[in-house]
Design a protein around this ligand. Structure first.
Ligand SMILES: [Zn+2]
Length: 484
């Protein structure tokens, strides 16, 4: 029997700062273990925390982008528990006065899984947020047989916890939520939100019930999921598991489960009975903060959001909705597009070249757009050669291939060295005369209306030419001569 599915997400996201939340150690990824530590982030007795203003400002910026509000005063609390990755026995976090309250995450169509985009149940839907608070990340533990290793480089990294309302209804919405959120956080440079580097991690709460008027079913939490595709699989599995048990009359109890990606199943970790009592209390080492002056400081930094940018690209530059969504999905890509466009180039053609040729090449080479060797002004110069008729589009792609390898060269010079050049008027006339004289049958058919044969004649002219003119220019000349 079908059930109504209710999902809430808690996303932990590392804030992009140079130093940690409460000390001056550098935030790092991939450095040798335990090389960025001090008494504060090791949790040694008596060490005192110092607030990282940038982390607070970036969290407030995230809040502004997601339309959250902020309480006038926000404070810090201790969440008490013992775990080897948190040796001072409490985590400094925020309990009742977080930096951001309310707000929402818009679900972008192009952030749904590709195979699901034609079946979006709630287009243009926004998932409500409960809160965003700031805390410190814990150390990273690695378990090897009977020993465990702990790396404190991660301990104390500023971590935003973004808590949604239980507003999501499917695994695909959860997928779109994470992708959309990731994109927005990257847009504001709040976080790189790279799941592979553990910068974005997610807990998922799932409950099932039969009818909308029923109270929410028992909340089952899936802990620490760290890939978007795994999250989709885990939610599908968990919905099916709960539904099967409910069908067999087995009631669900509030519990926490882990996802085993290799086995493709969730496993019970603990039930409500062993839930922690964290005994939160205000942190005596840190003063509460007034949010108003910080909000005023970051308000001018709120960037255009991906959907706002997509709308501007569509109406301002005449690109399709799909192209606009692709171009606005990454702030580096959007900036590259706008820098290439300048004036005098049609948006649609620039978008096509960037999405098909440039992105294709970058994917092939596993290079991100922010590391693209071809600067936008060079691509612009190349596309202007197409626009003025010097190059055909396949020739432009060939020039681009060379430009990618040797980005210091000028596109026009590369085109010349490849023999691509715009024929001066008259220069092609004698060749065209010869081809017309040598192919009377085809010429007669073209004159009788078979325009397809123009390509055949164009090919003959191209073959006879010493330089390589733009084939479109040749076809146009032939058409003018034979059809008028
Ligand atoms: Zn430190």
């Amino acid at each position: 029997m079908p059930y109504l599915v209710t999902i809430g997400l808690e996303v932990h996201c590392q804030v992009k700062t140079r130093t940690k939340m409460f000390c001056a150690c550098e935030t790092s990824f991939g450095d040798p273990p335990n090389t960025h530590t001090c008494p504060v982030c090791l949790g040694l007795p008596g060490a005192l925390p110092v607030l990282n203003r940038h982390a607070i400002e970036k969290t407030l910026l995230a809040g502004l982008m997601l339309r959250c509000s902020s309480p006038p005063v926000s404070k810090w609390d201790r969440k008490n528990y013992f775990y080897p990755d948190m040796p001072k026995n409490y985590q400094t976090t925020q309990f009742d006065l977080p930096l951001c309250i309310g707000g929402g995450v818009p679900l972008y169509d192009h952030c749904y899984p590709t195979d699901h985009r034609k079946r979006i149940a709630r287009p243009n839907h926004t998932i409500r947020l409960n809160r965003i608070h700031l805390e410190e990340d814990v150390a990273k533990s690695t378990h090897l047989g009977t020993t465990s290793l702990i790396d404190f480089n991660r301990a104390g990294t500023p971590l935003m916890e973004i808590v949604s309302e239980p507003d999501l209804e499917s695994a695909e919405e959860a997928f779109a939520y994470l992708r959309s959120l990731q994109m927005i956080l990257q847009q504001g440079d709040v976080s790189d939100a790279d799941m592979e580097k553990g910068q974005l991690r997610c807990d998922v709460n799932i409950s099932l019930r039969k009818r909308p008027e029923d109270p929410l079913g028992a909340k089952i939490e899936l802990k620490n999921l760290n890939s978007i595709s795994a999250i989709r699989r885990a939610i599908h599995f968990e919905i099916q598991r709960q539904a099967d048990e409910l069908d067999r009359g087995i009631p669900q109890i509030q519990s926490t489960r882990r996802w085993d990606d290799d086995r493709g199943e969730t496993q019970l970790m603990r039930t409500k009975e062993d839930a922690h009592d964290y005994r939160y209390f205000p942190c005596p080492d840190l003063l509460p903060i007034e949010t108003a002056p910080l909000l005023e400081k970051v308000r001018p930094l709120v960037p255009e959001l991906p959907h706002e940018m997509a709308a501007r690209f569509e109406t301002g530059f005449g690109v399709t909705a799909y192209d606009a969504s692709v171009l606005s999905s990454d702030r580096h890509l959007a900036a590259y597009f706008e820098a290439t466009l300048g004036t005098g180039l049609p948006g649609k053609k620039v978008a096509n070249f960037i999405i098909n040729n440039l992105m294709g090449k970058l994917n092939e080479e596993s290079v991100g757009i922010d590391a693209c060797p071809v600067p936008p002004d060079k691509l612009r110069a190349l596309l202007l050669l197409v626009e003025d008729g010097t190059l055909a589009s396949n020739q432009a792609n060939e020039v681009f291939g060379t430009l990618y390898q040797e980005p210091s060269r000028e596109p026009a010079e590369i085109a010349g060295s490849l023999g691509f050049k715009k024929a001066e008027s008259g220069e092609l006339d004698s060749l065209i005369d010869e081809v017309i004289a040598a192919n009377p049958e085809e010429v007669a058919l073209v004159k009788a209306g078979n325009e397809k044969l123009l390509n055949f004649l164009t090919g003959k002219v191209m073959k006879a030419a010493t330089a390589k003119p733009n084939p479109k220019q040749v076809t146009d000349l032939l058409r003018a001569r034979l059809i008028g």
